[in-house]
Design a protein around this ligand. Sequence first.
Ligand code: IFM
Length: 452
Amino acid sequence: MNQIQPFTLPGDSTMMQKDFLFGVATASFQIEGDYQHRQPCIWDTFCSIPGNIADGSDGKTACDHVNRWKQDVALIASLGVDVYRLSISWGRVINEDGSLNRRGMDFYIALLDELNRHHIKVFVTLYHWDLPQHLEDKGGWQNRETAFAFADYSRLVIQELGDRAYAYSTLNEPFCSAFLGYEVGIHAPGHKSRKKGRVAAHHLLLAHGLAMAEIRRHAPKALAGIVLNFSPAYAFTSSDADIKAARLAHEYHNLWYLMPLMEGRYPDIINSLSEAERPEILAGDMDIIKINMDYLGINYYTRNVYQAGGELGFEDVRIDNVPRTAMDWEICPGAFTELLKDLSQEFNLPPIYITENGAAEDDALLNGEVHDPMRLDYLQSHLLAVHHAIENGVDVKGYFAWSLMDNFEWAEGYRKRFGLVYVDYTTQQRTLKSSAKAYQGMLAYRQALSQK
Ligand code: IFM
């Protein structure tokens, strides 16, 4: 294969300076495997129900990262990234009685030590969807007590890891946990009720606020924040009705999570819900949730288009003849720049890290190589989209590609590949795709610039 062209950014871009952090990201359930040494989680249960996962797979082995972590750290280091974003499996480090699982904790301590030895900063996510099943049996995120259990778990982790982590994120994408998991049921634990979705969201946000206080107390030098996903909402037509529909969808799917953090209130669309569908908000909750953050993690993949209709005043429209990834998600880098600009104008945001961005492609290993032209274009255009946002005054401090390597893509199983690195699940062999080489090339060039 010809030499792979590195991704390029203008030489004077803030992103080419050495204090802008480039990274790769993963999550525990998606890569770790080694299920025998942790508590079962809601995704184990969800995977065991036929029909829930497209290819009938589960997370029992995944990328076998728990047994291959040293080799994986070497792989991460070989890319030349500044950051590795990972998540902790709650059930690997805490036993059912709330005590510490020493073996599980030591795994993460060794992992972080090895990353630090390579001068790689670690962004630790405390919750990336793998709630222990025994907590779901008591109501999961329906149960307010889960927020307090999360704070206890977070405290133990932070006390153990301390400043080994450069940054902690309390939650990854509470929208997915609450809406996909409790409201429409396509993710674990598979509930289908608007009330449950809204209650789960409130308890997740409460958990965030409580855990933030633990980070401040026990790892005062680490950055503390949250990771939210945004799919900006666009109107199908320029009619007032569709423009209003897009705003309502934005409030329901995006601002439901951001506004409580920034302004201590839910967006106005909460008033369209019946009393019975609203979460119970106790006195003081919104103050806990609104705690100051050092950064906001933003995950961006695609935009959505809406028209007037549906129970809450908006419904999805599928646009034809636009480029899409293997997830069938529209490729729209312009919406990424607009999102970053709009959010920064509407809210008094802390500095932003792009904690996930990437694309699934139907990759194939041919003669020891994986060429992924769509992902190359996707990443190049989205890196530029971030650059344009920064040029327009948005304070972005880092960009982490999703994902380091192919992994368990939730309800889609292993068929949707997001990695920069290809994983052969039979041999567990890792192969750098062209996109990994382009990322590596850009980072090597930036390194050379900084030494001039
Ligand atoms: O794989 C997921 C990740 O776990 C959370 N953000 C979106 C990714 C792609 O779907």
